[in-house]
Structures are given as structure tokens and as C-alpha cells.
Design a protein around this ligand. Structure first.
Ligand code: SF4
Length: 265
């Protein structure tokens, strides 16, 4: 699927391997409902969320490293995209990203996501960015130029003590929420993706998130078989129980839906 060089480019956090790679395709056809293509500027993810479903594909990719321990930057992706753009039908619906985070810390150095945005602003595109990082604020100047753009922040929980157990290396919740608020104030359409749904502080969701989103999406723990042990270790196995899911969704529907569209995906 991709090839990577063995040259380590920058001094990564202990245990994180950062390398350059090359990709054959920039715009990858997808079956994700609502999208024609996905763009993943990186292979792997420095955030290494413990529940991440992407780690399921490591064997398929032929990668024999633990999820969260590598980031391969597709350094030729902007050039590929530039060549593919004239050959695709527009307008197209694009999600960035589905198998990594487009605003990993390494994006400060490689600037792949930014270069993708520079190219895509030249075509009629319905673009959705999904991230856990406030680094997206770096690109506000470009984002405001897209007439059809939504920026989504993934938030499995808004309780820091829960986040620490399952996504200890992702950006702090308060940073994501502040970035969400800033983007909304800049007139950018936003949403929050409660995924995978973990215990929430509903009061703080209503106060800090709901006024700044156009929609809230909810998804549940994917691949429960793969994640049960991790959830058990974190003392959160109950999030797989139909009873907890039913109660939590009911509470969201009663308390959040009156103020913002709420979609269970
Ligand atoms: S940020 Fe997204 S892609 Fe990265 S590990 Fe977490 S869930 Fe997976």
C-alpha cells in the first residue's frame, strides 16, 4: 500500500518512529457514507488512542509495530494530489482523515495537510476535516476560504480523567474545545464527534460545546471484541453494555437535542 524509507527525520518522543513514505494515491475512494474520497496524509498516528479501530489494519498494511509507535509522512502526497485533481470529477466530497489525524504534531514539520488545503481550495469541494488537535487553528486563513467546509473535533469524553485512561497522548480536551470555539467564531461550520462514546459531563457539554457546533454526532465503541480487555483495564467495560448505551443516548436526546442537531451514526 505504501513504501517507506528507513531514515528517521526528527527526534520523536521516546518510542515514536517518524519516517518519510511515498503514496501511490492521494484521493482514495471510500465507502464511508456521505463521502467520495478520503485523504490520509500520514500512515499511523502519534496519538495512539488505545481504542483506535485503525490498528486493526496493521497486518493488512504489513506493519509489524504497535499502533501509536510510528508516523509515516506521505511526503509526495501534495504532488500526487496536484496530478490527480484534473483527472477527477468535481465537485467531490472529501474526508480528511479517516485512518490518521491530519493535525498530528508532525504536521508542524511536514505541512502536508496545509499543502493539501492549498490545492483543494482551487476546486469545488465539499470538505470535512476530522481531528483531535487544536493545530487545525494554524490553517484558519485557508479554512475560511472554503465555501463548503466542516471541521469536526473527535471527543470520546469531555472528562479529563476518563480521557487519560484511553487516549493519554491526544491533545487536552480543553484545547480542542477552545479550538472549536475559535473556529465557530471565525464563521466555520463545526461539529463534535462523540466517538467512541464514553462517560460525559453533560453540563459542560451544554455550556462549552453545544453553542459552538452545528451538529453533534455520536458513535459507539467499534470492535468491542478487540477493545473489551482495554476497557476492562481502564475500568470502563460498562460502556459496552446496551443498558449504559441506552441511558446515555436517552440523556443526550433529552438534554442536548433541544439545542443542537444530534445524530447517532
Ligand atoms: S487520533 Fe484518531 S487515528 Fe489517531 S489514534 Fe486516535 S482515534 Fe486513531
Amino acid at each position: 500500500m505504501f513504501s517507506n524509507t528507513s531514515r528517521t527525520l526528527q527526534r520523536p518522543p521516546k518510542g515514536l518512529q517518524v519516517e518519510k513514505t511515498k503514496t501511490q494515491t492521494a484521493l482514495v475512494r471510500t465507502r464511508i457514507p456521505g463521502f467520495d474520497y478520503v485523504i490520509n496524509p500520514y500512515v499511523g498516528c502519534a496519538f495512539g488512542c488505545r481504542f483506535c479501530y485503525v490498528r486493526k489494519f496493521l497486518d493488512f498494511w504489513g506493519i509489524d509495530r504497535p499502533w501509536g509507535s510510528f508516523v509515516y509522512a506521505k511526503v509526495n502526497l501534495p504532488d500526487r494530489l496536484r496530478r490527480e485533481v484534473p483527472r477527477r470529477r468535481w465537485p467531490a466530497r472529501i474526508l480528511m482523515s479517516s485512518a490518521t489525524d491530519p493535525y498530528l504534531p508532525q504536521e508542524r514539520h511536514f505541512r502536508l495537510t496545509r499543502r493539501v488545503l492549498e490545492i483543494l481550495q482551487q476546486v469545488p469541494v465539499d470538505l470535512q476535516i476530522l481531528t483531535r488537535s487544536d493545530l487545525v487553528l494554524r490553517d484558519v486563513d485557508l479554512l475560511t476560504r472554503f465555501p463548503h467546509l466542516r471541521v469536526g473535533f473527535s471527543l470520546s469524553t469531555n472528562r479529563p480523567e476518563i480521557k487519560r485512561r484511553l487516549e493519554p497522548r491526544s491533545p487536552a480536551i480543553h484545547r480542542r474545545i477552545r479550538a472549536l470555539q475559535t473556529l465557530k467564531q471565525q464563521g466555520i461550520r463545526t461539529y463534535v464527534f462523540l466517538a467512541p462514546l464514553l462517560p460525559l459531563d453533560i453540563e459542560s457539554l451544554l455550556r462549552d460545546v453545544v453553542p459552538y457546533v452545528d451538529e453533534i454526532l455520536v458513535d459507539f465503541m467499534n470492535y468491542p471484541g478487540m477493545n473489551r480487555r482495554i476497557l476492562k483495564q481502564a475500568g470502563l467495560e460498562f460502556v459496552l453494555s446496551p443498558e449504559w448505551i441506552r441511558k446515555t443516548v436517552e440523556e443526550l436526546e433529552q438534554r442536548v437535542r433541544p439545542y443542537t442537531p444530534l445524530r447517532i451514526v
